[in-house]
Write a protein that binds this ligand. Sequence first.
Ligand code: THU
Length: 134
Amino acid sequence: MEMEELFEKARKAAEASYSPYSHFRVGAAILCEDGTIFTGTNVENRSFGLTICAERSAVVSAVSAGKRRFVALAIATPDSVKPVGPCGACRQVLSEFMDANAPVRCGGSSPERLDTTMGALVPFDSLHDLAQKL
Ligand code: THU
């Protein structure tokens, strides 16, 4: 699976965004170890603090289907020109199921892409080895 293909799934997922407060749509697509893909979008609430990011929507969807290992991630933010990376909370949640070398592609409305890795997004992740072993 090409990263741009995964990004396209994320872009499509952003179309379902429920973001009447920020008007900032986000889509995320997770490639699982077995080749399956799960997507998510941001779901806002009039009690603003209850907003769920696209990345965590996708994680919850994948884990609910029994998936535990993610090998790649794409994030689409069509309302920004430039790529936008995941928030700190989502980085932590994603790192539970992704290895440091897993590729991450972010992109906005322009052709510019930010290609990085899970490890670069969560450096010094000393508790990573604890994940899934509790
Ligand atoms: N948002 C995400 O879904 N993912 C991110 O990585 C950044 C922020 C959402 C939350 C909120 O609905 C909107 O984008 C503006 O912050």
